[in-house]
Design a protein around this ligand. Structure first.
Ligand code: B3K
Ligand code: ZN
Length: 882
């Protein structure tokens, strides 16, 4: 493990390499514990570079076993090799030269899952961000692009499959029991996109004919026997390829596109050129084992990795500070894809829920950083929701500001101008400035200023003058390292409605630019005056969540109820329902904390039930409406002095009252929202299941008995229904025989399927209440708990810490101490995984003082430990400091 070196990398220090890499020729002789890697590199000194500068190649835990210069041994006094670097001096001032570097690595011992490692008997690589340097000494940075040839030699029986990036050149037998394969990737790429996979896997095959008529072979590799479960991923892949041609004019550029699913993987998936490697959780699905959410995730992630081929691979990042250049943009592209494949407003609601529950707390806590950071200690800690999801929102705002057509022009210009290059956010933004003629300097602050802006709005109506004035003020909270913030360019989609729900169109708007319903807030305070408004308007602000801001706008419950019923933007209807729910939920948390009776506001209950039973609305939307803001949402809105038990009790009491008032509606939904016929994962059917399952959840509150959920558990014929029934049983009635039996039945039925076993761990890790910690401790000793498998660790330890506020956050602090022990244990094997799970502590300062002190001590315990990885040290120090 690489322990912390304390080294800080700054954007301001960026400079190009002294040497230009022309081509890469790699030969792997695979062996589980002694893989030989021979790397032939052709370089020349960059024009204008220091003629004496040495070549310094990166390494990580490497040992050099051979070094040739133009095929002859390199004199020992001309180089220095350490595990972290290889420095070569006295290299030619001009002209190309060749280096041949040999290293021996041990894939079996690689528990970090970075570089070349083994999973389930398969050789597999993960090189982003800095994993390639664990394979061979290299200029391991994204602005060093070259074409790669890869030769793989391995035992034939154990590794019938030998895969790498690009197109297959050929293969043949190679000595006793061995064979080899050669691959060539003509598209210059950075090392982080390198991939190699070898082993014995099953495959499903298909093909895609591109817009210019080229046939591309499509292959998805999975463990033998799991082939039928890869069909949905293949379908999603073909839809993604067609969509990128239709929407962005982007055509695939190799003869083959491969996806390999592996079970030990640190994240979701990886966009290696032509050879995507996936966590099998985001490939494998069938009705019996995957939920509707799993299907939606597979579709989104298959699309995301495929879309990277243009946004990330063909055009890549100059340095890792530019990560959002590829990630924010590619998330935007996959969001748009899913919106087109499914229901746009429902997709938008899901995106905003995710943004608010994951990114807003990050932006409001000690780990806050700009979408384009300027400094880091460990780049792996910057694959965050800020870079990804806020980065996507920033791209979306560009589209909103410019309009669809001009945005498309800007994207076309970006693809034309920068294909084959490693570029910056400034290069990206300039394309939109050039395409639109608009100055985006102020807008660019979205990349540079951290913190979620707070927009405060207030309206006044002048009946005599028929004018409506909307006063707006923006405030950007201070964040670690950034206290003075400038006013930002915030695009707010605004519409006015009359009391009867009809739209009110202003004759003119002064005080702010207002184009196509978008009001441009560019100053700290600004008042927009809408002329020609015949009656008092009900105002809808930030429709479709046009800007990722917190909005304070005092609206009466009656006005919100009107928007919930009449807004033409369905996202805004959901927002109005949420705004109606929040005061009740916040009040309920306070009342429950003070031992007072909780009373839910009637307008809110009526509006919620009206939406739930409105048959003109799609079921998926109605299900979203019924899913009240989560306990984490309530904590975020309360902001400080949070008591998770009070928040939970208050929310449960509100659920109870909604359930009592809507009992008949929920019973009817349970009867009618069925999905007859064969199972289909399509969005419509999934929406019906979601609504029916929401009703089942409420009925468990109305009836306060496990009977109905048990019946649903027994009757379920798909994983979505089965999981919801199991969740209701385990969470609402954890001590009942029904819950115990259902958990046992579930495990007995699926113990051979690791992805379903993960669900079994997670559903128990999220049972509310202090007692769950004991259950989690017992589960750690369960023979099915595999510490080396990231999905399993996330399913139990991660889910407990991230998604169980009352269990993890129990008042005596035992949950935090448990996490500290686990983090230290995980860090010894897999620093990236440990650091990621540790971010669950990021909101510790907003806890009530006793819990906050327990949390701080647990963090300090980690901080004090010697030998921490860079990853964990970086997170723990920032979490304590910020
Ligand atoms: N680019 C990868 C993430 C790599 C994470 C490295 N720690 C997956 C993706 O965003 O598509
Ligand atoms: Zn990505």
């Amino acid at each position: 493990m690489r322990t912390d070196t304390g080294q800080v990398i700054n954007l301001a220090d960026y400079r190009p390499t002294d040497f230009v890499l022309e081509r890469v020729d790699l030969t792997f002789e695979l062996d589980p514990t002694e893989t030989k890697v021979e790397s032939r590199l052709i370089f020349h000194r960059r024009e204008g570079a220091d003629t004496k500068a040495p070549l310094i190649l990166d390494g990580d835990e490497l040992a050099l076993s051979g070094l040739l210069f133009d095929q002859s041994d390199m004199p020992a006094n001309q180089y220095t090799a350490t595990p972290e670097s290889l420095t070569i001096r006295d290299l030619p001032e001009t002209g190309p030269f060749e280096l041949t570097i040999t290293t021996i690595i041990n894939p079996e011992a690689n528990t970090q899952l970075m570089g070349l490692y083994r999973t389930g008997g398969i050789y597999c690589t993960q090189c982003e961000a800095e994993g390639f340097r664990r394979i061979t000494y290299f200029l391991d940075r994204p602005d060093v692009l070259a074409p790669y040839t890869v030769n793989i030699i391995a035992d034939k029986a154990a590794n019938p499959l030998l895969l790498s990036n690009g197109n297959f050149l050929g293969g043949a037998g190679y000595g006793e029991g061995k064979h080899f394969a050669a691959w060539f990737d003509p598209h210059p790429k950075p090392s982080y996109l390198f991939a190699l996979v070898a082993g014995d896997l099953g495959v499903i095959e298909d093909s895609f004919t591109t817009m210019s008529g080229r046939d591309v072979a499509l292959k998805i590799y999975v463990e033998h026997g799991k082939e039928p479960r890869a069909g949905y991923a293949m379908d999603a892949l073909k839809r993604s390829m067609a969509w990128d041609e239709e929407t962005f004019g982007r055509e695939y550029d190799l003869d083959i596109f491969m996806v390999v699913a592996v079970s030990d993987f640190n994240m979701g998936a990886m966009e290696n050129k032509g050879l995507n490697v996936f966590n099998d959780k985001y490939v494998l699905a069938d009705p019996e084992t995957a939920t509707d959410a799993d299907y939606a995730n597979i579709e989104a992630i298959i699309a995301h990795e495929y879309f990277h081929n243009w946004t990330g691979n063909r055009i890549t990042c100059r340095d890792w500070f530019q990560l959002c250049l590829k990630e924010g943009l590619t998330v935007y592209r996959d969001h748009e894809f899913s919106a087109d494949q499914r229901s746009r407003p429902v997709k938008r609601i899901a995106e905003v829920r995710h943004l608010k529950s994951e990114q807003f707390p990050e932006d409001g806590g000690p780990l806050a950083h700009p979408v384009r950071p300027t400094t880091y200690r460990e780049i792996n800690n910057f694959y965050t929701t800020t870079v990804y999801e806020k980065g996507s929102e920033v791209t979306r705002m560009i589209a909103t500001l410019l309009g669809k057509e001009t945005f498309k022009k800007g994207m076309d210009l970006y693809f034309d101008r920068h294909d084959g290059q490693a570029v910056t956010i400034e290069d990206f933004v300039r394309c939109f400035e050039d395409a639109s003629g608009r100055d985006l300097a102020q807008f660019s602050l979205w990349y540079h200023q951290a913190g979620t802006p707070l927009v405060t709005a207030s309206g006044t109506y002048d009946a005599a003058g028929k004018t409506f004035s909307l006063a707006l003020e923006q405030m950007i909270p201070s964040t670690p390292g950034q206290s003075d913030k400038k006013a930002m360019h915030i695009p707010l989609s605004v519409a006015l409605f009359a009391e009867d729900g009809s739209a009110l169109q202003p004759v003119s708007v002064t005080g702010a630019e207002y184009t196509g319903n978008v009001l441009h807030l560019t100053q700290r305070t600004q008042t927009a005056v809408f002329d020609g408004i015949a009656s008092r308007p009900v105002v809808s602000i930030n429709r479709s969540f046009s800007a990722p801001v917190n909005l304070h706008f005092d609206q009466t419950p009656a006005d919100l109820a009107l928007l919930a019923r009449h807004e033409t933007d369905h996202f805004a209807r959901w927002q109005a329902l949420t705004d109606l729910a929040l005061p009740t939920l916040l009040g309920a948390a306070r009342d429950a904390g003070a031992g007072k009776t909780v009373v839910a506001e009637r307008t809110f209950i009526d509006a919620l039930l009206a939406a739930a039973s409105d048959e003109t609305l799609e079921p998926a939307f109605r299900a979203q409406a019924l899913a009240l803001p989560s306990e984490a949402d309530i904590a975020r809105e309360l902001g400080s002095n949070n008591d998770p038990d009070a928040i939970h009790a208050g929310r449960q009491a509100v659920m109870q009252q909604v359930a009592a008032a809507g009992k008949e509606i929920f019973a009817a939904l349970l009867e009618t929202m069925t999905t007859p016929g064969a199972f289909s994962p399509d969005a419509k059917s999934a929406g019906r299941r979601a609504l029916r399952n929401a009703a089942l959840g409420y009925l468990s509150h109305a009836e306060n008995a496990p009977v109905r959920a048990k019946t649903a558990f027994d009757a379920a014929n798909n994983m979505t229904d089965l999981m919801q029934a199991l969740t209701v049983l385990a969470h609402r009635f954890p001590d009942s025989n029904e819950a115990t039996e259902a958990l046992a039945t579930f495990l007995a039925r699926y113990s051979e399927n690791p992805l379903v076993v993960d669900k079994w761990f997670s559903v128990q890790a999220t049972i509310p209440g202090a007692a769950t910690l004991d259950r989690v401790l017992a589960l750690l000793d369960n023979p099915l708990f595999k510490r080396t498998n990231p999905n399993r660790v996330r399913a139990l330890v991660g889910t407990f810490a991230f998604a169980n506020p009352t269990g993890f956050g129990r008042a005596d602090g035992e949950g935090y101490r448990f996490l500290a022990r686990e983090i230290l244990d995980i860090d010894g094997r897999n620093p990236q995984l440990a650091a990621r799970i540790l971010t669950s502590m990021r909101s510790w300062r907003s806890l009530e003082p006793i819990r906050a002190e327990h949390a701080r001590k647990a963090l300090a315990e980690i901080e004090r430990t010697a030998g921490l990885s860079t990853d964990v040290r970086d997170i723990v120090e920032r979490t304590l400091k910020g």
